[in-house]
Write a protein that binds this ligand. Structure first.
Ligand code: HEC
Ligand code: HEC
Length: 296
């Protein structure tokens, strides 16, 4: 009887501490899934020059000039290691950096702004579980006036609507999950939607493709248009593309999409991929023939 008291206590304490550990680990595991689905690694790693993961320095060419991604490892001096939850949240939801100034939308926060609070919190837990890497950020080389951060305020007033994603109650859960995967996480439109002269996506051309995509290359029309889009692809065809990178003709995607597949869409659960495909299939078909052009 007596001996059972400490035993109960010990097992209760053990249960409490392991539950605590499990919830932290769960946040990290969930955050890793968000991180993959959002493909944060692509831009924040200078893979072409064997840069360390997430330590930044990748060159991103745009019509406005050249941007270099910053270090988002938890390094205290050169990364985001001392950022609070609120500061991290402000970057993703509102496109603001630590001192409150506006971030350039080449960081696709117009998409990530749609993430849920929980996904942003898990993402931070995951990023902060990774090894810090010391690497100074490289300044952007952007033509005036496009390099002036204060002008981004005007751009945001015109083109930016902060999230989070609001489900369409007229649609089922699968469709809404697919919409969230395509817009908030996968940010497919950041590459597949044509942009206006100020670099904002053209709403009624969503996912209709462009010959002026990242690094000046063309990005195909992925609306269900039969002639100019992927309306002739079956669900299995799209699944094969998103899991293996292979088109119905047996070609493998290159350019930016190869990375999207290997970092991101191939790592989605089959249920998430099916939801994403159902969402793509439900979109209005937009006729837009994109001329083939390679990225620089
Ligand atoms: C298409 C390329 C691209 C992708 C994808 C991307 N980023 Fe970035 N990110 C950038 C660029 C470029 C900047 C710098 C913007 C600026 O200087 O205004 C940036 C800035 C940031 C900042 C602010 C850092 C600072 O020092 O101010 C954070 C935090 C960040 N990104 C996190 C993420 C996370 C988390 C993901 C995935 C959910 C992600 N990024 C995906 C390109 C990208
Ligand atoms: C970083 C830019 C980028 C992002 C983000 C992106 N794509 Fe792509 N995608 C491309 C490019 C470029 C190609 C063409 C690749 C090629 O032909 O080698 C492509 C090709 C495709 C194709 C094949 C279409 C065809 O006609 O061959 C599909 C389907 C596709 N993307 C779906 C998606 C979906 C779904 C998302 C979001 C989860 C997405 N893409 C996100 C750049 C991107």
């Amino acid at each position: 009887m007596r001996a059972s008291i400490p035993l109960t206590l010990i097992s209760a304490l053990f249960a409490a501490s392991s539950a605590l550990g499990a919830s932290g680990d769960d946040a990290i595991a969930r955050g890793k899934y968000v991180f993959d689905a959002a493909d944060c690694v692509a831009c924040h790693t200078d893979a072409a020059n064997q840069g360390a993961p997430l330590a930044g320095g990748r060159r991103l060419d745009t019509p406005f000039g050249t941007f270099y991604s910053p270090n988002i490892t938890p390094d205290a001096a050169t990364g985001i290691g001392t950022w609070s939850d609120e500061e991290f949240f402000a970057a993703l939801r509102h496109g603001r950096t630590r001192d409150g100034s506006h971030l350039f939308p080449v960081f696709p926060y117009p998409s990530y702004s749609q993430l849920s609070d929980a996904d942003i919190a898990d993402l931070k837990a995951y990023l902060f579980s990774l090894p810090p890497v010391t690497r100074e950020n490289r300044p952007h080389e952007v033509r005036p006036p496009f390099g002036w951060r204060f002008l981004i305020a005007g751009w945001k007033a015109l083109y930016f609507t902060p999230g989070p994603f609001r489900p369409d109650t007229g649609k089922d859960d699968k469709w809404n999950r697919g919409a969230y995967l395509a817009t908030a996480l996968g940010h497919c439109g950041e590459c597949h939607t044509p942009r206006n002269a100020l670099g904002a996506p053209v709403a009624d051309q969503a996912l209709a493709g462009t010959s002026e995509g990242p690094d000046g290359g063309s990005v195909p029309n992925i609306t269900p248009d039969k002639e100019t889009g992927i309306g002739g692809w079956s669900e299995d065809d799209i699944d094969t593309l998103l899991s293996l990178g292979m088109t119905p003709d047996g070609d493998f995607v290159g350019a930016g999409m190869g990375e999207v597949v290997s970092n991101s869409t191939s790592k989605l659960t089959p249920a998430d991929r099916a939801a994403l495909i159902a969402y793509l299939k439900s979109l209005p078909a937009v006729s837009n023939q994109v001329a083939r052009k390679s990225a620089k």
